[in-house]
Design a protein around this ligand. Structure first.
Ligand code: ATP
Length: 364
């Protein structure tokens, strides 16, 4: 078990800065996701936590002790690489035993420990089998077993399910999460897949170009993105971002887009000039009487819901509505928003603070 505190962590490779002044805390027992697009610095951050890469600046604390400049061997951490990396000439038991045997543990203790781990993973019946003939799922379980058997304070996983096809990936994601719920060992998990992060994580750090854009629970990040980058990256379809010129003051509860008044959550910070209104597709209704007009461009049927794409003077919009609600391509309709779910962003792409998002944005 371990709490990991990251303070102003920075990594430069020559003139290139891969991670810029990151700060966040991973609480004991959390399943913690490092999420972002390719090249944003997730793996570099994970490797610094592991001690495989030393930071250029900043600090890492594991359970209160500073480990920033300590090598991997002095940190009580198990790094789960691509899970297929098993020793092909050894059977399942020997693969799982390996870390304990190399630590010099006694044979009967190793045997008992491996039996216990196999029980947790549901692979007792294949313990004496060669790894060569195993299914993909069993190979993943054996690789996990090899990491778990050491009882490390923390697991680090870098896109462990990356090589799997979609269906199997989803199955293993659920299994990993269930295993975590049984063991409650702190886990730090790198992924570029926002759905995987939302599905599995207790908390998520969203990174972009080496910068932490937001840090919080999946629902907080989904409901109240701190930046337009997060708004676009999380959610499928992404949050709608409508650009407009306007002024929002402390206490404002309305903005105007194309002369149409739109209710917003009461604000406690303000801005003027180019602004962006963010609203999720499921918080938009098509209502002919709503003053902001839009033209229906496309409809995508998804079973119980449909995604309607509309053109507005402020950019394209996607609305998720019931599939039995009529929507004719080419028609003009009005857009009504759920006022409580609107986020406003300033010209730098940062969310303005409203009464509704205050807690999330100020405690992030
Ligand atoms: P991916 O999912 O593609 O691995 P990532 O978010 O994990 O992306 P990192 O692997 O952390 O990204 O890399 C961040 C940036 O740092 C990239 O531009 C990468 O090219 C660069 N980088 C990483 N390691 C090194 C290194 N040893 N030397 C120079 N540049 C590096």
């Amino acid at each position: 078990m371990a709490q990991i505190v990251i303070k102003n962590l920075r990594k430069e490779f020559g003139a290139f800065t891969a991670v810029q002044s990151s700060s966040f805390t991973i609480e004991d027992g959390e399943f913690f996701m490092l999420l972002g697009p390719s090249g944003c610095g997730k793996t570099t951050t994970l490797r610094m936590i592991a001690g495989l890469e030393l930071p250029t600046a900043g600090e890492i604390y594991i359970d209160g002790a500073e480990v920033s400049q300590k090598p991997a061997s002095q940190r009580d951490i198990a790094f789960v690489f691509q899970m297929f990396a098993l020793y092909p000439h050894m059977n399942v038991r020997k693969n799982i035993s390996y870390p304990l045997v190399s630590q010099g543990m006694k044979r009967d203790q190793v045997r008992a420990k491996v039996n216990e781990v196999a029980e947790i993973l549901g692979i007792t019946s294949i313990l004496e089998k060669p790894v060569g003939g195993l299914s993909g799922g069993d190979r993943q379980r054996v690789a996990l077993g090899r990491a778990i058997v050491r009882d490390p304070a923390c697991f680090l996983m870098d896109e462990p399910l990356g090589a799997l096809d979609a269906e199997f990936r989803e199955h293993m994601a659920l299994e990993l999460r269930a295993l975590h719920d049984r063991m409650r060992a702190t886990t730090v998990y790198v992924t570029h897949d926002q759905l995987e992060a939302m599905q599995m994580g207790d908390k998520i750090v969203v990174m972009n170009h080496g910068v932490v854009e937001q840090f919080g629970r999946p629902q907080e990040i989904y409901d109240w993105p701190a930046t337009t980058f997060v708004a676009r990256f999380i959610g499928s379809p992404a949050m709608n971002l409508l650009n407009f010129d306007g002024m929002v003051g402390n206490g404002s509860a309305e903005v105007t887009l194309s002369d149409a008044p739109i209710k917003i959550p009461p604000m406690i910070s303000g801005a003027s000039g180019p602004l962006t209104l963010g609203v999720r597709p499921e918080h938009i209704r098509l209502d002919d009487s709503a003053p902001l007009k839009a033209r229906i461009k496309a409809a995508e049927y998804l079973g119980t819901t449909q995604i309607i794409t509309l053109d507005t003077p402020h950019g394209p919009v996607k609305a998720r509505i019931a599939s039995d609600q009529p929507a004719t391509i080419g028609d003009t309709t009005g857009l009504a928003f759920d006022a409580r779910s609107i986020t406003l962003f300033d010209s730098t792409g940062h969310a303005l603070i409203s009464e509704a998002n205050q807690k999330v944005l100020s405690h992030g």
